[in-house]
Design a protein around this ligand. Structure first.
Ligand code: ATP
Length: 230
């Protein structure tokens, strides 16, 4: 379980998060939704220790702020699919999958063949030759083969055509069985369908939360969180 309490975060003198409190129960998918600049990525960066923050971030009872950033994800079994996918374009699909991990095992290859058949045929291809949707699949696959206890997905639909986003989300449902996920999304309806609970963020403040199955409450919170956008 991930428990964030009274999190405040800054870029220099500018405060980006204000007293954020949020919990992801084991096995749950929690969606964090809000407009551009609301603070979603800053929350992800705070979990990873990449911005200056105060407050507590506990994972399975252990305080993360005392763990150096480069050890947080590995030590606590977290996998992150960052906004923009974090892919090295000049490397092959396989090299990207193995980056900071190990050579793919027979078990990894079986998993890739079953869950990402299109990728398994293109392991030797440079990532730069893949479409945006395929690159997002590599990013997901890279996270899944590490068998994380906890998965963080930062805007998996960003920059993809709707039909490709469908693919990404169905892949997520099929290949990611172990649960516990923090999903950061701007697309409220996608986030709702993929999650159990939703948190709404605007201007660095959590405005409220809703059960994803409670469409009326989700609509009400969405209006509040997106009111000032565009
Ligand atoms: P997006 O969907 O555009 O990624 P977001 O909800 O993830 O939006 P953040 O990227 O977390 O929003 O930004 C929150 C606030 O922090 C914004 O006001 C943004 O301008 C500011 N901010 C983000 N990154 C930096 C940075 N590196 N330096 C200074 N301010 C930043």
């Amino acid at each position: 379980m991930l428990a964030i309490n009274d999190l405040n975060a800054w870029y220099g003198q500018t405060q980006a998060l204000f007293d954020v409190t949020l919990t992801v129960e084991t096995g749950q998918t929690v969606a964090l939704v809000g407009t551009n600049g609301a603070g979603k990525t800053t929350l992800v960066r705070s979990i990873l220790g990449l911005v200056r923050s105060t407050g507590t971030i506990q994972f399975d009872g252990a305080e993360l702020s005392t763990v150096p950033p480069h050890r947080r994800s590995r030590k606590h079994g977290m996998s992150v699919v960052p906004e923009g996918r974090g892919m090295l374009n000049s490397l092959t699909v396989q090299e990207n999958l193995e980056l900071g991990y190990r050579r793919l095992s027979a078990q990894d290859r079986d998993f890739i063949e079953r869950s990402f058949p299109r990728l398994s045929r293109r392991l030797a291809e440079k990532v730069s030759n893949l479409s945006g949707g395929e690159q997002q699949m590599v990013a997901l696959c890279r996270a899944f083969i590490r068998r994380p206890k906890f998965l963080i997905l930062d805007e998996p639909s960003l920059g993809l055509a709707p039909i490709v986003v469908d693919d990404v989300y169905s892949q997520l449902r099929e290949a990611w069985s172990s649960g516990t996920t923090l999903l950061v999304e701007q697309d409220v309806e996608r986030a709702r369908q993929a999650s159990d609970v939703m948190f709404f963020i605007a201007a660095g403040h959590i405005l409220g939360t809703a059960r994803s199955s409670d469409k009326a409450e989700v609509d009400r919170m969405t209006r509040a969180a997106f009111m000032d956008s565009s």
